[in-house]
Design a protein around this ligand. Structure first.
Ligand SMILES: [Zn+2]
Length: 359
């Protein structure tokens, strides 16, 4: 990863883009990918896609989601404290004592989620439960409801944690919102690689950075209907289950640093998955396997059932501690996932279809 590429990744991670309020991150992404794509567009809700023209009009779409989980102001008390609602699957168990960036009318306002002192919780220690989201309260340094309003805040303003990216050891990235800003980064890297090649790709390549995945895959649904790809790879994070206390019989085994995962079943088209495995073997990319008997829990579930069906597959990046401020990924996995998606596109023939056969 070059210095410029890493600074793009860190800027993406630092830019708050909670579900329903993704445009700041989308603009960062569009500025970067626009330097090598033929065009960049967005739809009414903000899902943004870049196109690189190929030798044919057939379209291969790479998709990642642009949104991140967060909170929203639900209620403001007379004495100036805020109460929150979740945006997506925010984990209230890790909320107390954290700094929040609240995206108000006059820019970012810093707040802290209160943590009542351990001394004052003495009687309940030992049988304390994780707080529910409605039990978290936020202090923005105001003494009244009026003062909160003067800071440009009202009910409905979104917020994300203040934690940005750091690096650990030789190969690890830690941040909030690695889910799934890293996906937007990886699909942009694939397009960059393809754009730099001497020969145009056989298919036209569309990289889609969708809004509103964390609450149901809505952005991918709208944009796939419009783009009508012939084949699609979706990329998102998946649970690395190699940390203490996780049961492999319950959750399967996925290792951080073990390479991208391919998922089998449900939305994943058998022929697209087979091709990914062939490409991985050819390019000597180590992959891991995952089972999805009913659904994948990613945008793949929205993409594959668009119109008359889009042959699709999910390529996932192992991630520790998902939906926390210390989501952890491996740069080696980022590289391998990017190579696998680029290899898939390079391998496509001009007239390739992924049509099943009755014979
Ligand atoms: Zn995700």
């Amino acid at each position: 990863m070059t210095k410029a590429e890493k600074s793009f990744l860190f800027e993406l991670l630092e830019t708050p883009s909670p579900t329903g309020f993704e445009m700041p991150g989308q603009r960062v992404w569009a500025d970067y990918i626009g330097t090598f794509a033929d065009s960049v567009e967005c739809d009414a809700y903000g899902s943004t896609w870049a196109t690189l023209k190929g030798q044919s009009d057939n379209i291969v779409m790479l998709e990642a989601h642009a949104d991140e989980i967060g909170y929203m102001i639900k209620h403001i008390t007379k004495d100036g404290f805020l109460y929150l609602d979740q945006i997506g699957g925010s984990d209230s168990a890790t909320g107390r004592g954290r700094r929040l960036q609240i995206l108000g009318d006059e820019g970012v306002v810093l707040g802290v989620i209160g943590n009542t002192a351990i001394h004052l919780r003495r009687d309940s220690l030992g049988n304390e439960k994780a707080p529910k989201v409605h039990e978290l309260w936020v202090d923005v340094g105001a003494s009244s409801e009026k003062e909160v309003a003067k800071m440009g805040l009202r009910v409905g303003h979104p917020a994300v944690y203040a934690d940005g990216p750091s690096e650990l050891g030789k190969d690890r990235l830690v941040s909030r919102a690695v889910d799934n800003r890293i996906g937007g980064f990886m699909i942009a890297q694939v397009m960059k690689k393809l754009a730099a090649a001497k020969k145009k790709p056989a298919f036209t390549v569309v990289c889609l950075n969708s809004v509103q995945e964390e609450i149901g895959g809505y952005g991918a649904k709208m944009a796939t209907h419009r783009i009508q790809p012939d084949v699609s790879l979706c990329t998102d994070v998946t649970h690395a289950t190699d940390t203490p206390g996780l049961s492999a019989p319950m959750y399967g085994r996925v290792e951080l640093g073990g390479g991208p995962t391919v998922t089998h079943g449900s939305a994943n088209h058998p022929l697209v998955v087979e091709r990914l495995i062939e490409v991985a073997e050819k390019k000597k990319i180590t992959i891991q396997h995952e089972a999805a008997g009913r659904f994948t829990g990613t945008d793949t579930d929205s993409i594959f059932q668009s119109r008359s069906g889009i042959p699709s597959a999910l390529v996932s990046l192992p991630l520790r501690c998902m939906h926390s401020v210390i989501e952890m990924a491996s740069y080696a996995d980022v590289e391998a996932t990017t190579d696998l998606m680029a290899g898939f596109i390079e391998n496509l023939g001009k007239k390739e279809t992924f049509q099943q056969s009755l014979k």
